[in-house]
Design a protein around this ligand. Structure first.
Ligand code: FE2
Length: 275
């Protein structure tokens, strides 16, 4: 008989308070000295505030090359604009999966003057063969993200990958990602299949699950599935997985390549206006 191998919690990481863009306050969970990356994930930021002072400056024009940025808005509105004339509005519950590829310059600015703004930005690395690919956007409106009722007291939004037979709208991504947003009532049980060999983590942003409290990222060991139970106050967390690239990472700010000379080339191309 086949028995699914459970993914255990290998370690837990707490984020670091920092700011980025034009003074946006956020918590960096991946991309810190404690956890510089979690192949293929390069960065995870949680932003969340009811006070516009913490986010009003937004993220004015900045470049990216060699990876993907994934913005998931839990609450609030963010306007996206790039140097190729693309523009889009990210609303509550929407996601933007942007494959920067060989390079874009863009801004991400709050389109609200007060109220709550809350969400995540995840950076996903690209394999060497795709780093110089043409930039691509997947802007996904909230109603295109399936919400699955999974057993008693569990609701799961499927952003990417497959959960319980539902397939998320984000497609054609190199690392074959899983990105779930999970809401559990107190005591509710949850389990999700994750392909063996893929890197996986859970980040709890409200309440708690077995062994993991709010503001903690659990790095999961290998296996076929992750199973947990919500604590007394219920839980909200993201569960993210992807195929590790196992390639050298040469990183300088918003440029993530395989070698130092490719990074220098990126800086040169950006400065010469070739993005
Ligand atoms: Fe950006």
């Amino acid at each position: 008989m086949y028995t699914a191998m459970q993914r255990e919690i290998l370690k837990k990481i707490r984020g670091t308070a920092t700011s980025d863009g034009d003074g946006v306050r956020l918590t960096r969970v991946i991309g810190t000295p404690e956890l510089s990356d979690l192949d293929p994930f390069l960065l995870l930021d949680e932003f969340g505030s009811d006070d516009a002072v913490d986010y009003a400056g937004g993220f004015p024009d900045h470049p990216h090359r060699g990876f993907e940025t994934v913005t998931y808005m839990l609450e609030g509105r963010m306007r996206h604009r790039d140097n190729r004339g693309n523009s889009g509005l990210l609303e509550s519950g929407s996601v933007q999966w942007m494959t920067a590829g060989r390079g874009i310059v863009h801004s991400e600015m709050p389109e609200q003057e007060d109220g709550a703004m809350r969400g995540f930005q995840l950076w996903v690395n690209l394999p060497a063969r795709d780093k110089m690919s043409a930039p691509r956007y997947q802007d996904v409106a909230p109603d295109r993200i399936p919400e699955v009722a999974a057993g008693q007291g569990a609701r799961v939004r499927v952003i990417a990958g497959t959960f319980d037979g539902s397939v998320g709208p984000v497609a054609g991504i190199s690392v074959d990602p899983l990105y779930l947003d999970v809401a559990l009532d107190a005591g509710a049980a949850f389990r999700a299949a994750i392909p063996r060999g893929h890197q996986a983590f859970a980040y709890v942003y409200e309440g708690g699950i077995e062994g993991v409290g709010a503001g903690e990222l659990a790095v999961l060991g290998d296996g076929d599935e992750f199973a947990t139970t919500a604590l007394q106050r219920g839980a909200r967390f993201i569960l993210v997985a992807g195929r590790p690239l196992r390639e050298p990472v040469a990183r300088y700010g918003p440029f993530v390549m395989n070698t130092r000379s490719e990074v220098l080339q990126a800086v040169e191309d950006f400065q010469a206006g070739r993005f």
